[in-house]
Write a protein that binds this ligand. Sequence first.
Ligand SMILES: [Fe+2]
Ligand SMILES: [Fe+2]
Length: 358
Amino acid sequence: MNKRIDRRSFLKRSSGLLAAASLPLSLIEIAFGKGSTDNFTFAYLSDSHITHIKGNKFVHNWDRGLIRAVAEANLMDPKPDFVFYGGDIAQLGKPEEIDHGLEILSGLTPNVHYVMGEHDYYVDLGEYWKKRLGPDYYGFDHKGVHFIVLNSILTYEAWMHGKWDSGMQRMLQMARLDNPQGSPFMVGDRQREWLKKDLEKVSRETPIVVFSHSPLQKIYKGWNFWTEDAEQIQALLKPFSKVTVIYGHVHQIQYNQIGNISFNSAMATAWPWPYPSTYKQTDSLLPKLTVEMNRADPFFERDATGWQFINIHSGNVELHYLLPNNRNRIVAFDAEAGAPVDAKHQKMAKRTAAQTHY
Ligand SMILES: [Fe+2]
Ligand SMILES: [Fe+2]
């Protein structure tokens, strides 16, 4: 694919599909413009939470979200070079759930890169997931972009190897919101050491896209919208001119800018989380939410799940959220604001950005 696909024609070509599709996956276009040699696309699916009931029975709704996403990803035009899966394939990390989720994902034509979620991890500390999928942190280059995958959902060793009667007890503790017995997520020393070495090979001008499950910023600790060593990772990424972090886990639209790093979340294929009652715990405040995401409609199982086109222009990300039964949203990097803003509500978002210290 040597031709430059400009955004307008890309969207025009895709518009029929966009109108028809209602699926929680992301299609990502890398488009560098001047001087670029390659444009490409990839898709992003996340947070399917495949839930085993018993025998061969699984929660139907969550299955359907992933099945539809896979079907649509295979129909994308232009065809994505690969797919990212953003974590939480399983609800409780059971081998049945991981196997069932991977069986559905095996229907994808492109190659898939996986990110570890806490729901995949805490029952057996990632053993089965790694047996099926390999390493939980890695990097690779693709057509001028350096991609990094981190396992951001680790926690303190003492908590992981603590007083648990069983792995499932530990999993259930980590799955709860507002749990005083829980523990914050982190990337940890070993991966940060690896990241430091990995980045030594990358030029400062190379666009970097980092995938993590939890946000590599501190948003809301009670729900683990939080990574304990976020600042240390941000410091490692600081020398690079274009850095984007794309994360799952939060099942809602978030965007933020901290220094050189743009942060963007993706929607889940399973269900939406509501916004936490406050984001005030964070030191680096997210932009004030201008339009709240619609709440789930219990009579429409795909409500407030969604999928995104993500374009990267000169290393900056533009996320096109396609939300079934809701108005579509665009969150794009705005050079003037120096941050991602909500293009659908551009004026309001710009006003907010002007009032907010990033
Ligand atoms: Fe999730
Ligand atoms: Fe998660």
